[in-house]
Design a protein around this ligand. Sequence first.
Ligand SMILES: [Fe+2]
Ligand SMILES: [Fe+2]
Length: 516
Amino acid sequence: MSSFESDILQKFHQISHSEGNPTTILGEIINTLFTRIGADSGQLSVADEIAGEQTILVSVDESRRLERSEQEKGRAFKGLRKRGVDLTSADGDGGIGETARVPVRLSGKVIGLIEAHNRTGASPFTSQDLALIESAGTVAALLVENVRLEKMRDRSLREISELMEISGILNSSLDTTVIREKAITVITQLLNCEVASLLLVDEQTDELYFEVALGEKGYRVKETRLKRGEGIAGWVAIHNEPLLIDDVKSDPRHSKRFDKRSKFETRNMICVPMVIKQKVVGVLQAINKQGKGTFSQTDLDLFISLSHEVAIAVDNARLYNELREAFYQTAEALADAIEKRDPYTGNHTRRVMHYSMAISRFLDLTDAQMENLRLAAILHDIGKIGVEDSVLRKDSDLDDEEYQKIIRHPEIGVDILGHIKRLEGVIPGIKSHHERIDGKGYPDKIRDGDIPLIARIIAVADTFDAMTTDRPYRAGLTDGEAMEELKRFVGSQFDGKVVKALIQSYEKGFIAKSVD
Ligand SMILES: [Fe+2]
Ligand SMILES: [Fe+2]
């Protein structure tokens, strides 16, 4: 074994025992090599599959000062795979001397290149020098692989944590619009692309439309619709296969109509189907990698995992919404059944719900409070189920005994629904909708802020409807008269803030009297 070979083996030994940074040791190998063969400058470059470009790992300049530049972009080696050991004269560019180019191979595959320049030409490279470069290349390849695997491992770890984070974000909402927006935001950042979009399949028109398109030029693509089968997204929707395209313009599937209409130039793209229960429901696209690069296979793998996450989250949200709708419908059906017993109040429940929601627009309610309000308004008189017909349907004034029976309906409502866990936030609205601000209401005679806000809202909505509805024994008030009445009872019966919200909502046209 030559002293050079034992030198580089020793360097390799160092790295395999974690005695140094692989890039530093690569630099030492190249430096030792160049000294040995009399090269005055040159570099070791490798193909960086992750970044999709050539990277100079080690560069030695003419003064033989060693520089390491991991991120510096190298020139592309076209035809590298075919090239073997190569010596060229540097006469062409005005210098003397020659350049040796030796591919770096790992398991037979070219992964990089060592270039050594001998500018002075004083001692031309010999075949022995070329053999030495090849030996150094073999060791360098192992080190390069070591560095690559480490980078891959780091990236995988980062991706896993990013995916977990996304999973958390997606599962934090049951609103499909929010989920989609969040997913696309994350995709734009993670894949470093100009535009990320989600197209959904419109079964009725057999088209794909943009549900979300984000990124600085996202607004340009949003207006456009694609026929299913048209363009790359259309192809993906039909074939249910992901695509990674480096040069979109030369791809026959590309829809030029799309770029023309959106005035958007699509250069490269990854496009994956979004599948729910074996059916393609949409297509996710990441368009134009930022900078000059293109998307890598790793980007595509990440994108496929993302599309699964998004599909699951969207489907969960859909199921939840269906369930919630079914729940509302059941509640409404129940309320309808009770109203059937009282022909004079027809659709009272629906109107109270409508007025309550209109009032809530001008009050500061959380989403959860809004939902509780909606259900409580639907179910507020559910307790009337326990009040006998003779009392409930009586046209004339109620005597005291009858009155005592009817004022029990909030508590009967609580008795019926109080044990349902899902209605925990709804019960206070049912129980307290007949309480008064001055403490003279029922059933608990609580006052002011002790009365839950949703109950104070329902109280106003309930009374507004009662006053504006015709009864057999009296005509209803006009809306204006009813609002004046509500104002008169602010502070005694009603919360002023809620009455004000009803008037504002009425003036803005949110209270449609056609709700019947
Ligand atoms: Fe009531
Ligand atoms: Fe009512």
